[in-house]
Every structure is written in structure tokens, then in C-alpha cells.
Design a protein around this ligand. Sequence first.
Ligand code: GLN
Length: 484
Amino acid sequence: MENHKLSISKINKLFKDKELKPSELYDEVFERAASTESIIHGHLTLFQEENIQKALESNTRYEKGEHLGPLDGIPIAIKDNINISGHVTSCSSKMLANYVSPYDATVITKLKKEGVLFTGKTNLDEFAMGSSTENSAFGPTKNPWDPSRVPGGSSGGSAAVVSAGSAIASLGSDTGGSIRQPASFCGVVGFKPTYGTVSRYGLIAFASSLDQIGPITNNVEDAKLIFNSISGHDPKDATSLIATKTEQPNLNKAKIGIIKELMEDGISEDAKEEVYKVAKLMEAEGHEIVEVSLPLTKMSISIYYLIAPAECSANLSRFDGVRYGARVSGNTSSEMMELTRAEGFGPEVKKRILLGTYALSAGYYDAYYGQALKARAMMKKEFTDIYKQVDYVISPTTPSDPFKFGEKSDNQLEMYMSDLCTIPANLVGMPAISIPTGLSSQGLPLSVQIMSPANTDNTLLDFSQTLQSLVSFIDKPILNRTEK
Ligand code: GLN
């Protein structure tokens, strides 16, 4: 059976036409998990047993024509930094290895109401800090296209399980690229919505002004479906947007800017060629392609690595052995906290906390954090101005195809550079999508990223659907080389 490769709307039609039952799809997905998980390690936990009953209930709803919506009975995987009541939310950290969430994140509440079946929780870089899942305390996830390569990160597990077919879709979180970069490395679609459109309530915070939850899927239609079911104002999240008004540019003839600064040094020839290839296809469809300059995108890594660690140092201060998670006892309370944090956090998380604490400390605040905030505001203006000239901007999603394990772990700067193209959208709070468009010279997935102004998420998704139909990539079956 190959139902796990179908779009959600096709699956939904099969359910409605009684040609497939939710419980049969559920079994199929877990069969995939049984044949792939031992190699790729995308899920940290599988919820197979507990959802059997729910799958049967979904069967009954379809039999009676009372199904809850297009996501009823769809198996979806959840990144393990999003709370599901009664389940561990480990953030792939020893600190939270035994933390059982007492409540559902808003996105989970919404998906439960639609009858979604959760396959389990997926692996990530510890507290979502990383680009390869090599920072997970529970071992890395492998790329289903080539297990000697990383799946990207931090939502590496969420991208790998969709690519391998052990979930129909997944949720990830994106602070600097953590949905889009792994989606690109695993040859699937990843969408980071406008900041504030999807509630962050129940997402364990990394950098609160940048974090966004979004879908990882086999195609753009599925991403749109899931985005629309998880978005909307949430009074439980103070940064949730009240209402979004979407502009509708002319989809038949759009003006698209290729970002000059993201087509220069540090970007592989393969990745650049992919953008030019897509630009040509769009031009042939009547869209206008121009080159645009966004000079501050070159500064995005420097800006991000002040703002994200500063916010993470504040957010992670709650893990002190008193309120949540692990505790290592000591003779005094401060010794207990010191030992708990020394033992509970891995090296990358500690490094970020130190960096952030330094950037926020008296005497350095203005020079570092304050400057980064100013540069971020300037960058936002640069993007706002560009969108007066063009409807969309495009770039590669990642500077290269998936790298090998260990290849960048000794070179911090190179690892950080792998987010060069994705970080700008987080800094300016605007939506961005990664669409797989072709293969590199090594036969590994490459993607193009499209960005659009804040609150034009559905317009961007519709436009991306037209792009998806121009490239043959997504029509190809999901490759799963783990079965060779
Ligand atoms: N790779 C980036 C980092 O290490 C982005 C992570 C993310 O988006 N969560 O911080």
C-alpha cells in the first residue's frame, strides 16, 4: 500500500468514498515506522497503542458521514517541544527527559478537535538549537535519502518521518529555519507562517520573538490545510495576532525578486542553479523575475546570534531544578541549581546561555543586544520597502544539499551559516516556505524558498502551489533509500 504518499485531500476522499479506512492508513503508517525507525530514528516516542481506539472511532465517523473535517483520521507527528497532555515533552534534553506535560498546546487542542491521530513525538536538536539533530541528547536522526547525512535541524525528526512515510505530515517549530532547512534536506515542504499567526502556547520557548510553529508536509496543499487548522488568535499567547488581513496580488502575473545577497559566496552552485531553474519556469508562465538587493540579509547570522541566545538565556532560566524537569541534589540551593544545569543541559545549549547572558549584561547590553535590535528593525524596513517593488522574494532554502554527520560539528561558523537564507524571515516576522524542486549533483534534495509580506500566508501558499505544479519533484514518489 502506498497511501502514505497521497495528499491529505486524496486520502480524505478515499475515506469518504469508503475505499480506505482511517485504521488501515494508521496501520500502514506504523508499518512504515517499523521498517524505517530503526535506521532513521525520527520519532522519540510512538503512540501506536493509544490511538488504535481513536482510529476506530474515526472509521465510525466516516461510516456515518459524520467526520470532523479533512484532517479526521490523518496521522500527524509532533515535534517534541510541543506539549501533548499526559506525554513527555523532552525537547531532546536530559533536563526534560521525564517531564510529562499536564496540558495540551493550543495547536494540539485544535488538531484533536479535528480528529487527528498523533503518531508520536519527533526528535530535535536540544531545545531546538541546531541545524542537524546532532545536538539531541537522545542520538541523531538520519536523513532518509542517505543515512550517512544529517536530516537538518532542529526539526530533523519531523522532516525525516514525513519523508520516510511514517507520518502523513508533522508539526515543527522555526526560530531561524528549523522547519524549512530540515524540510529542504529531506525533500519535503516546510512552511514558517507569519509571526503570531499560530499560537505558541504550549511550545517550549527558545527565542520568543522568533519562534513559530508550522507544518512539514509532502506537498503545498497539505501545508495550507494544516496551517489553516492550527492558526488563529489565541488569548493564551500574548503575541498572537488578533486578525490577519491578506492582500491578494495577481497570481497570474507576479513580480518575483531573486535576493542578490543570497546568491553569492557561501552558496553552492547547485543551490543557485535551482533558483535560476525555477525562475525560468516562472518566467515562462508570465511572471516577471528581477534581481533585488537586501544588503542586511548578509548580517542576519550576526543579528540572530545575539537576539536568539539573549532570549534563550532568559527562557531557559526556568529550568533550575525547582520548578520543572531534572534535579541534581546539592548541599545548598544554589549548588543544587548549578549541578542541575551543568548536568541537564548539553554543550550547545550551555554555549547559547553564556552568549546570551553576556549580550544582556550591564555594560554590554547597548553594544550587543541593543545594536542587534536596531539592525533587526532596519532589516524589517528593508523587506517592507522591497515588497513595494515585488510580490515575492526567492532564494535557496539552504546553501547546500544535506551534509554528512560530523562534517560541520567541529566548525561552529559553518554550522551557523547553514541558516543564512532562512534566518531573515524570522528576524522580520514574515512568512516563508521551502519547496523541494530538484536534486543536487549528488542526487540529494534541493529546495527553493519563497517569502512574502507579513499576513499574506494564504496568498504565499496559493502561489507556491502554482510553483509546485511547475516542478516535477513533488510528483515523484517519496524516496526511501533506507529500504535499499
Ligand atoms: N539552526 C538555528 C539555530 O541553531 C535555528 C534553530 C531553530 O529554528 N529552532 O538556532
